[in-house]
Every structure is written in structure tokens, then in C-alpha cells.
Design a protein around this ligand. Structure first.
Ligand SMILES: [Fe+2]
Length: 239
């Protein structure tokens, strides 16, 4: 098992004052590298048998009997790849998002957009032999958030990918091709490299659309190397 340092050329600095909460969260002292222990590297991660049949269907996995979430129906799919573009098999991919109106189902949510009684907003799946994952959902809405006076997040889906140990968890966000809200977002703008931002933008995937049913978006997640997806949380010393 290999652990990799964060690529500081590519990832945003911890302190980005235009993203207000980074001021409190950013370390104020020099970072320390802590050696990993055998238990972190070899301990159990998750059970592959815990995935339920609707876990990758956000349109139905929270819905009441016969109900479905309201919104633009989409399929999101892609592959998890390593730096040599080899598939990463058996990885737990989790995703969570606001509903079609931009509202999260969370007790601290403060946006006035309505909750959808049939939409929970999270799901998960395990990558197949080709590193592939896919899930069905509704396109999330943009939402305002308490940062500046009037800041809005672009439509986005949060992603987490687990590796072979709990210390290997990567978190990022996916955006949607053609959304003018992407480039004005204070969180997106913490990423200094425009090409890294573009790799977070899922492309409309006409071939994967389902006629009279769902649009489709394609989002590949590359763990390391020149084509690596920008991860928010790549922890010091872990890859
Ligand atoms: Fe969000």
C-alpha cells in the first residue's frame, strides 16, 4: 500500500479568506507528518454486502411507496481511475446533494426552498471491475449560503471515495457542464488552476441518456497524477 503527499501545486491553499469558514479551519502552525500504523493500513473498511438495491437510485431510495423525487431526472456515471488510468475496483463511492430546489435535508439547513418529501439526497455504490459507478438522481438546484452578502453555490454533487483503509478517503464536488454559476463560486475559486476546475465539471453524455426518461452526465475520478481530480480534503501523508 502506498501513501502519497498532497500535490500543493494543484490543490488550493488551506487559507482562502473569500471562503469564509476556511479562516477558522486553516492550520495556524506548521504541519506535522504522523506515521501511519499497521491498524490503519490493514483494518477493516466496509462490508461490500451492505449496499442495498436502491442505494444508487436517489429518485426512489427515500421515496414513499410509489413515489419519486421531483426534478430533472439524470444519470451520473463514470470511472474511478488511478494515475495510470487503471480502474480502481471495489471502491466505495458515496454521493450527497441538495434537492431540485437547492434544499438539503439537514436540520441546520437555512434556505427557504421547499423540501421534497420523496428525496433524501444521498446514495452509494461500489465500483465494478472496470472501476465504473453509476447512479440515478435529480439535478440539484443552486443555493445561497452564508458566506458573503449574496453568495450562491452552483448546482453540484458531493462525492467521497474510500480506498483500502479509513485513512484513504477523498472528498470532492462535481459540477455540471454549461453552468454559469461555477466560475463565480467562492469555493470553486479557491482552486488556483483552471484546468483542475474543469476536471470537476461533468460533461453532458448524450450516449447515456435514456429517451423520454433521463439526461446523463459523465464524471471520471482520477486519483493521482497530472489528470488527478481535485480533492478538497486530501489529508497530509495519505493518498
Ligand atoms: Fe453542497
Amino acid at each position: 500500500m502506498s501513501y502519497f503527499q498532497r500535490d500543493r501545486e494543484r490543490h488550493p491553499p488551506a487559507l482562502t479568506p473569500a471562503y469564509k469558514t476556511s479562516i477558522l479551519r486553516a492550520p495556524r502552525h506548521a504541519l506535522l507528518s504522523l506515521p501511519t500504523t499497521l491498524s490503519e493500513e490493514t483494518g477493516p473498511v466496509f462490508g461490500h454486502d451492505m449496499i442495498g438495491p436502491l442505494d444508487n437510485d436517489l429518485i426512489r431510495n427515500f421515496a414513499k411507496d410509489g413515489g419519486e423525487a421531483i426534478g430533472q431526472r439524470i444519470v451520473v456515471s463514470g470511472r474511478v481511475l488511478d494515475e495510470a488510468r487503471r480502474p480502481v475496483r471495489g471502491a466505495l463511492v458515496e454521493f450527497w446533494q441538495a434537492n431540485a430546489g437547492g434544499r438539503y435535508r439537514h436540520r441546520k439547513e437555512s434556505y427557504l426552498a421547499a423540501l421534497d418529501p420523496n428525496f433524501g439526497g444521498c446514495g452509494r455504490c461500489i465500483t465494478d471491475d472496470e472501476g465504473g459507478y453509476a447512479f440515478r438522481t435529480v439535478k440539484p438546484g443552486a443555493y445561497p449560503w452564508p458566506n458573503g452578502v449574496n453568495d450562491w453555490r452552483p448546482a453540484h454533487i458531493h462525492f467521497s471515495v474510500f480506498g483500502h483503509a479509513f485513512a484513504q478517503r477523498l472528498v470532492t464536488q462535481m459540477y455540471f457542464e454549461g453552468d454559469p454559476m461555477i466560475w463565480q463560486c467562492p469555493i470553486v475559486r479557491t482552486i488556483p488552476d483552471a484546468s483542475a476546475i474543469e476536471q470537476l465539471v461533468a460533461l453532458l453524455d448524450r450516449r447515456a441518456t435514456i429517451p423520454m426518461d433521463a439526461l446523463a452526465y459523465r464524471f471520471d475520478i482520477v486519483l493521482r497524477g497530472r489528470r488527478a481530480t481535485m480533492f478538497e480534503n486530501r489529508p497530509e501523508g495519505n493518498g
